[in-house]
Design a protein around this ligand. Structure first.
Ligand code: SF4
Ligand code: SF4
Length: 423
């Protein structure tokens, strides 16, 4: 095998492994109807036919047709080249947020987000992939978080937050029923979100802790196509949960962190997860249902941005709405919303790819128009990555509407009430 700067053979081996799996049925199923095109925010923002979802199937489809399809022996399809891989790299990483919107309109049910996620592994094997996204994955492996937040930094940060906001944030309790994770985006950029979660869990009398062994909610290994790092991140959280006997792990306002642990975690770990995974909105909704959390109403006109990995891909669409119900009196839905929401433009690791910024901003215009149509003055979300993406695009367009975190709004309107004694 000749080694080149782009290792085509390594990519081919990875493609081969992937086409042994269920993905091959998707490749056979595409009828080239084009219905997915207008479901994709990248195509809608750019009008570039290369940004259509079906086009993103081409690298693996080309490999499949040449090497594995029933007619592959005819050798009608030319081999994948270094040039092919280099050209497709940007499409596979910068123009797919793994949002799954194309999936719900595809008459054949083709899950392009899963295919793109799998194909990214082949690109990384070939020595390709955006350096900033890959660095975030490497930082997660080497330092514990994509932003390079070490355990020592986290400890300092928690101590400061506890002092500054007069809130108890337990760390490394020897035993606890619930393990709370946090994304380093929240820890460093939106610490109010962690403070809010701590206040809400404490107010409801939950037996919870954070853990230095497994604190990071994000999984940039998964987003960057580095399966070894993805697995390591799941192992860390699992070690932490097992060591304190926690049967529940909460993922904070982090969409992909929730999706990866909840829906892919067991496969990455190689065994069933020994705990249940909840997104913070699901967990808080349950506490509200049990009467353990109550909120003062507020009347501001707000709307809710569904993070793709929490609503459409995550199955927690109803939780945020239940939390807002009877509390946010000025709440109004965007159209479309819920499982048909438009992505913020920065999921799937795209947020951390600097060269994708202009395209992300164009995508955000779809969201701006949606929000403006509701008359809402504030956009609420439950994903720190969406929040960061939208905040940057908001600044880019000098858009003045507010942007808030759901848990922070809830904590700000919490009614302190005595909790029933623990059973
Ligand atoms: S909607 Fe489905 S079947 Fe039609 S082109 Fe897109 S991926 Fe292929
Ligand atoms: S998963 Fe989302 S971003 Fe990716 S191709 Fe489909 S609609 Fe576009």
């Amino acid at each position: 095998m000749s080694e080149t700067a782009v290792n085509v053979q390594a990519a081919a081996r990875k493609f081969l492994a992937k086409t042994e799996q269920h993905l091959v049925s998707y490749l056979e199923a595409c009828v080239h109807c084009g219905q997915c095109a207008e479901a994709c925010h990248f195509y809608m923002a750019s009008g570039d036919p290369r940004h259509t979802p079906a086009y993103k199937l081409f690298p693996i489809a080309k490999f499949y047709r040449r090497e594995k399809s029933p007619l592959s022996w005819l050798r009608l399809t030319p081999p994948i080249t270094e040039k092919d891989l280099s050209e497709w790299e940007e499409l596979l990483f910068d123009t797919c947020t793994l949002c799954g919107r194309c999936n719900i309109v595809c008459p054949m049910g083709i899950d392009i987000a899963s295919i793109v996620g799998a194909v990214r592994e082949a690109f990384v094997a070939a020595g390709l992939g955006p350096t900033d996204l890959l660095a975030a994955a490497d930082n997660s492996r080497d330092k514990g978080s994509p932003l390079g937040v070490t355990i020592a930094v986290m400890r300092e940060r928690l101590e400061w937050l506890a002092d500054e906001y007069d809130v108890v944030i337990p760390l490394d309790k020897p035993k606890a029923e619930v393990l709370l994770t946090v994304s380093s985006i929240e820890l460093m950029k939106y610490p109010g979100s962690l403070v809010a979660m701590a206040k809400l869990l404490n107010a409801a009398g939950v037996d919870w802790t954070m853990s230095a062994k497994g604190h990071e909610a994000t999984n940039f290994g998964y987003l960057a196509g580095k399966t070894d790092v993805a697995k390591l991140m799941v192992e860390r959280v699992t070690d932490a949960a097992e060591s304190i006997g926690a049967k529940t792990v909460i993922i904070p306002e982090c969409g992909h962190g929730f999706g990866v642990l909840r829906w892919v975690g067991a496969n990455l770990l190689g065994r069933p997860l020994p705990y249940e995974v909840f997104h913070i909105t699901e967990f808080l909704a349950q506490l509200k249902r049990e009467g353990r959390l109550k909120f003062r109403p507020f009347a501001d006109p707000v709307t809710y941005h569904d993070p793709c990995q929490i609503s459409r891909r995550g199955g927690a669409t109803a939780a945020a709405r239940y939390l807002l119900e009877g509390f946010a009196e000025g709440f109004r839905e965007m159209s479309p919303s819920g499982n048909y929401n438009w992505c913020c433009g920065g999921g799937g690791g795209v947020q951390s790819i600097a060269r994708a910024a202009d395209l992300r901003h164009k995508v955000f215009k779809i969201k701006m128009e949606q929000v403006e149509a509701t008359g809402a003055k504030t956009l609420v979300s439950s994903c720190a990555n969406c929040r960061l993406t939208m905040e940057e695009s908001k600044a880019h367009w000098k858009w003045e509407n507010g942007l808030e975190s759901l848990v922070e709004i809830l904590a700000a309107h919490l009614i302190e009430q005595p909790q029933p004694p623990a059973a």
